[in-house]
Write a protein that binds this ligand. Structure first.
Ligand code: CP
Length: 341
């Protein structure tokens, strides 16, 4: 795997491989020193043209736990403000020597273009309405952690499907792992065509919830709306919000998920978001080891994992090309915070 642009790049086997590898990085994350030197000497750049809290911090944490160096690009303080194009920005960054670029952009397809133009590994961190593959991977990991398996599970994705890259990646990933997905939304918040989507559709949330294993809420993505698609947020919330009463109508073992950021009181009641079966914080926590697994697969496994200069190499610090995270030990020398600055 050279890039991660879509869940389709992985297929079922690729998703399974990342989830298996994530188990190892969960173990690493639980250590006193949650760091391994498998990507020492590699540089990972966050190229974010859109706002982010979770995804950007999660990738940067993941890269640092693998001992990669990190660079952060913020549009608001960059020469994009002076009219620099994506391609010129990419070439400028790559000229400094980078190995992976984590791209978020408001337009679908930009990560694909970056992968075509550049020489680095590219990870799609969310492009327009298109995809957000690492969100789907961490969602799969979280469901497995809580429910054991996705096979045969009923998952309702509720809300603004039309503008949601999370929904697109989740549908691909959840169904690849054997779940049955129902999209629940008013017609105006569904894509114009669902041809080829392996899903059922409902406009009646109350009919769906009593038999659902996972209620996956989406916020109204107003930054991507060009017209009023619901009469008001209050009416939307009345018809499609996960209220206390609706959450009570779900099976006791059912999960309540949300990719964040949440709009409490709109798509989800404030009290419901804090219930023990709400996994919002688990999803964030799992995002770090999932992204460690992705970076490791793109930059580590199958290539040179740990490539000390010949004069530095010793029998202790040479890691074989087919090493796993279990084969390497924490690098205490890099725990002073200087690495990855
Ligand atoms: N879930 C998600 O992508 O959150 P951020 O926009 O904060 O990265």
């Amino acid at each position: 795997m050279r890039h991660l642009l879509s869940i389709d790049d992985l297929g079922t086997d690729g998703i399974e491989e990342i989830l298996r590898l994530t188990d190892s990085f969960v173990e690493v994350s639980g250590r006193n020193i949650p760091k391994v030197p498998v990507l020492r000497g590699k540089t990972v750049v966050s190229l974010f043209y859109e706002d982010s809290t979770r995804t950007r911090l999660s990738f940067e944490t993941a890269a640092k736990r693998l001992s990669a160096d990190t660079m952060t690009f913020s549009v608001g303080t960059s020469s994009v403000k002076k009219g620099e194009s994506v391609r010129d920005t990419l070439q400028t960054i790559e000229a400094m020597g980078v190995d992976a670029i984590v791209v978020r952009h408001g337009s679908a397809g930009v990560p694909v273009q970056v992968a075509r133009w550049g020489t680095s590994a590219v990870i799609n961190a969310g492009d327009g309405w298109h995809e957000h593959p690492t969100q789907a991977l961490l969602d799969c990991y979280t469901i497995r952690e809580r429910l054991g398996s996705l096979t045969g599970r009923s998952i309702a994705i509720i809300g603004d499907i039309k503008h949601s890259r999370v929904a697109r990646s989740d549908v691909l990933a959840f169904t690849a792992l054997g779940a049955e997905v129902t999209l629940v939304a008013p017609p105006t918040l569904l894509p114009p065509s669902l041809d080829g989507w392996p899903v059922k559709v409902s406009h009646d949330l109350d009919a769906v919830l009593p038999t659902t294993d996972v209620a996956y809420l989406l916020r109204m993505q107003q930054e991507r709306m060009t017209e009023a698609l619901v009469p008001s947020l209050r009416e939307y919330s009345t018809c499609y919000g996960l209220s206390t009463a609706r959450a009570d109508a779900m099976p006791g073992s059912a999960l309540i998920m949300h990719p964040g950021p949440m709009n409490r009181g709109v798509e989800i009641a404030a009290e419901v978001a804090d219930r023990p079966n709400a996994t919002v914080i688990d999803q964030v926590r799992n995002g770090v080891p999932v992204r460690m697994a992705v970076l490791f697969l793109l930059l580590g496994a199958g290539s040179t994992l740990y490539d000390p200069k010949p004069e530095d190499a010793t029998s202790d610090d040479t890691v074989p090309d087919d090493a796993t995270p279990d084969d390497v030990t924490p690098d205490e020398n890099e725990m002073d915070g200087s690495a990855g600055a």
